[in-house]
Design a protein around this ligand. Structure first.
Ligand SMILES: C[S@@+](CC[C@H](N)C(=O)[O-])C[C@H]1O[C@@H](n2cnc3c(N)ncnc32)[C@H](O)[C@@H]1O
Length: 224
């Protein structure tokens, strides 16, 4: 059983290279709002790769994570590069309230690590924290992903796996209806399912494949 906090003790779990998609999302938010700096929330910041990238672009970044090591790593890396951001320890379902504050929020490979009720809480909290027209980018596990349906199902669609690096960490797998339901009340700007079928699955391939896993890519906007 590995928690995220335990995984972050090992350097190989610290993703340091920002996703291109996050820069593209940032450009979308920059195009939508004239105000600078933008206020952007990185929910589930991990080792801080997107917090640093967004701070480097000159934006005012708020970063949260439930793992103390993630918060420490993000703070250390910000200091190392002479950047600043507001980094806090907070569970996705229980973040300090910031009503109508952010222009954008990013949560990359985070929200599906929970039970559906907590994921709904987090999405509702993000909604309340965005200004009208504010945008959220998330990735979510698809029910077509490797390991979907494997392990112990602790509630419909949520599994705790007994293999892989994230064994012991809950994963909720979404079908299209599940994603649409999660974001009812939002405007969809992008709803994309990126399906990667691993046709060769050598032993522990997930540890070294350079390719992504099957995920939903979602950009939603709080209505004006
Ligand atoms: C796969 S990592 C992604 C980290 C980062 N977003 C990135 O792209 O590098 C998942 C992150 O979600 C965080 N996380 C998991 N459950 C969480 C929760 N309940 N509340 C807040 N963060 C959580 C973990 O601590 C970890 O940093």
């Amino acid at each position: 059983m590995a928690s995220w906090n335990e995984l972050f003790a090992d350097e190989k779990y610290r993703e340091l290279t920002p996703e291109t998609a996050v820069y593209r999302f940032c450009s979308m938010v920059e195009a939508a709002f004239e105000e600078r700096p933008l206020k952007i929330w990185d929910l589930g910041c991990g080792a801080g790769r997107h917090t640093l990238a967004l701070a480097r672009l000159g934006h005012d970044v708020y970063a949260t994570d439930a793992a103390p090591r993630a918060v420490d790593l993000t703070k250390q890396r910000l200091a190392e590069f002479n950047l600043s951001a507001d980094v806090r320890l907070a569970d996705m379902a229980d973040c300090p309230p910031r009503p109508s504050y952010f222009h954008g929020a990013v949560s990359w490979n985070v929200l599906h690590h929970n039970r559906i009720a907590a994921i709904r809480e987090a999405v509702s909290h993000i909604y309340d924290s965005l200004i009208p027209g504010g945008m959220l980018m998330v990735t979510l596990k698809s029910d077509k992903a490797d390991f979907a349906g494997q392990g112990t199902e602790i509630e419909p669609g949520t599994f705790i796996h007994d293999i892989g690096d994230e064994s012991g960490v809950p994963h909720h797998y979404f079908n299209e209806d599940g994603v649409r339901d999660l974001f009812s009340g939002w405007e969809f700007m992008v709803l994309a399912e990126q399906v990667i079928a691993h046709l060769e699955r050598p032993d522990r391939f997930w540890e070294y494949t350079p390719f992504p896993f099957t995920n939903w890519g979602v950009v939603v906007r709080k209505p004006l």
